[in-house]
Write a protein that binds this ligand. Structure first.
Ligand code: HEC
Ligand code: HEC
Length: 501
């Protein structure tokens, strides 16, 4: 077999042109304005409601800061050798995978089931490694190479890139909670013989209210997050306890299999870049790998590797699809290490997003953030441990998260349990980079950052307790509505601060 491994990859042209972006921004602005008018939530006085903001303006979301991206750069402190591999690492993160038969050994293995064909298609905005792009890339992927997939109802051209989970099995009682991939490789020309795979019935799941969505979390700064000492996370958890008790804030870590604190994903369900990459490769792309060596659906042998392919082209050789080059040793140095290590190094080398220079309003906004109590969950910063990667060593990680999971009440609950995180518990979302984010909250339910704050508020029901954020959101809503010397209300300063991140 021809071995043309490790040369530059095809990439999805997922990102929008400047024109499409400006149309999007206009639409987003209109949506943001109408969403602001529609804010409503139970209890307490909210800005925008009857006794709301008096003659002063209610806080509004100025919208995402436009490109260029203030994220996606590698640390300037990388060593010469680390810098030398960044181009290669980027190629691996942006490579497009197909089933079999193409020119590159490394890129075969897509499916049987998949959500997309490259990390970068989902982790795309405002730069490679980020979150959902304003223009959904999945429309350019779902019917590639003759695939006969239909687009699920919840994916729209200018909507968020999301994946679906079914909280329960079809009996409606037994917990499921796993990702159900949107697409299959049936009828793709690079999957000869595979015709039987059928997409999940998402409309049926919708009718029985057994479907939830998760949008893409960004990966900037994750290297530092891996290195935050557990003692720091626990010390922060145990700080300010009387104040937290008054406000109803508790929170606890999620745990990984080794008993240490996990920290990645919407429920802090994963421990490390290696485990997240391993699961993402097989769950999102169907590429089985060193960490998760099984194909994601073994029902139809005709849809499993190896596939018959034309002579001189590449087929998968069996599981795992992911080609750890030690299987074909000796190899030239450029082929080491394996894909999971390369994804992980790529993400670890990405520095956190750069906030814009502070203004009077954003400086006030940070003070308001702390005074109303946002920081009791969105802990402003931690210091990373000493690391073998010097750029990551003893660094301040200004991530605005305590890395704990909190009860957020029935309003945000997704009924999915992951490790120690129950159906209404979520990791305090890190806020670095949200100034350029398009969609908010785990299911991307809003593109308005004011609505995202209001949606923290939720009374308890028979199943879930009230949101731990209720008292803080009430503080936010009770901020004085007078305009300060900077011309803004305190609430507006807070919003301006968030959009500066
Ligand atoms: C189909 C879209 C999609 C693709 C493709 C995808 N991801 Fe993700 N990624 C997500 C979603 C959705 C989440 C949030 C998952 C959750 O918590 O439920 C996520 C979260 C992550 C996180 C966690 C970041 C954090 O701080 O929470 C990492 C790391 C990650 N992905 C790495 C990868 C890598 C590496 C690849 C390629 C092998 C990849 N992803 C491919 C959608 C995708
Ligand atoms: C009790 C802990 C808690 C408090 C207090 C809290 N948050 Fe959050 N915040 C969270 C959690 C958990 C999430 C993720 C919820 C989800 O996605 O369902 C979140 C999400 C967010 C998001 C969306 C981030 C994203 O990636 O989509 C923003 C913005 C935000 N919070 C701002 C604030 C502000 C501003 C305050 C203070 C007014 C505040 N939060 C108070 C826990 C808290």
């Amino acid at each position: 077999m021809r071995r043309i491994d490790d040369s530059p990859m095809q990439t999805n042209s997922g990102l929008s042109s400047r024109q499409r972006l400006s149309i999007f921004l206009t639409v987003a602005l209109l949506m943001a304005l109408s969403a602001t008018l529609l804010i409503s939530r139970p209890a307490t006085v909210a800005h925008g409601q009857s006794s709301g903001c008096g003659s002063n303006p209610c806080p509004t979301d100025p919208g995402p800061r436009p490109l260029p991206a203030d994220a996606g750069a590698f640390y300037s402190a990388l060593t010469t050798n680390q810098n030398a591999i960044t181009t290669r690492l980027t190629q691996i993160f942006t490579e497009v995978n197909f089933v079999a038969g193409g020119p590159l050994v490394k890129t075969v293995g897509l499916g049987p089931r998949f959500n997309s064909n490259s990390c970068n298609s989902c982790h795309a905005y405002p730069a490679v490694g980020g979150s959902s792009s304003p223009t959904n890339p999945l429309f350019g992927i779902y019917q590639l190479m003759g695939a006969t997939n239909t687009m699920p109802y919840f994916i729209t051209t200018n909507g968020p890139t999301m994946v679906a989970r079914f909280p329960y099995l079809s009996d409606g009682v037994t917990p499921d909670g796993s990702v159900h991939q949107m697409f299959t490789i049936s009828n793709r020309t690079d999957a000869p013989g595979c015709t039987q795979e059928v997409q999940p019935n998402f409309t049926q799941a919708q009718s029985t209210n057994d479907i939830i969505f998760r949008q893409v979390t960004p990966t900037y700064g994750v290297g530092l997050m891996e290195l935050i000492p557990e003692t720091s996370i626990l010390a922060n958890m145990n700080a300010n306890l009387p104040l937290k008790a008054t406000l109803g804030i508790t929170g606890h870590p999620n745990q990984s299999d080794d008993g240490t604190i996990a920290r990645f994903g919407w429920k802090a369900q994963h421990k490390s870049m290696i485990t997240f990459s391993g699961e993402a490769y097989t769950v999102e792309e169907g590429v089985s790998d060193e960490a998760f060596p099984s194909e994601n659906d073994e029902t139809y042998p005709t849809c499993l590797p190896p596939f018959p392919v034309a002579p001189g082209t590449n087929k998968t050789k069996g599981v795992p699809d992911d080609r750890n080059d030690t299987g074909e040793a000796p190899k030239v140095g450029v082929n080491f290490p394996g894909d999971l290590e390369r994804f992980s190094l790529f993400m670890r080398f990405l520095q956190p997003p750069t906030p814009v220079a502070p203004t009077t309003s954003t400086t006030n906004g940070l003070a308001v953030f702390n005074s109303v109590g946002c920081n009791l969950c969105h802990n402003v910063s931690f210091t990373s441990s000493p690391s073998s990667i010097a750029a990551l060593s003893n660094q301040t990680a200004t991530l605005y998260s305590d890395l704990l999971v909190h009860d957020m009440g029935p309003g945000l609950a997704d009924n999915v349990t992951q490790g120690a995180a129950s159906g209404d518990e979520f990791r305090t979302a890190p806020l670095w980079g949200i100034g350029q984010r398009q969609f908010f909250l785990h299911d991307a339910r809003t593109n308005n950052i004011v609505t995202a704050i209001e949606d923290h508020y939720s009374l308890g029901n028979g199943i879930y307790p009230a949101s731990e954020a209720n008292a803080v959101i009430t503080n936010f809503n009770n901020l004085p509505t007078t305009v300060g010397t900077d011309g803004n209300t305190q609430a507006q300063d807070l919003i301006n601060f968030l959009r500066s991140l």
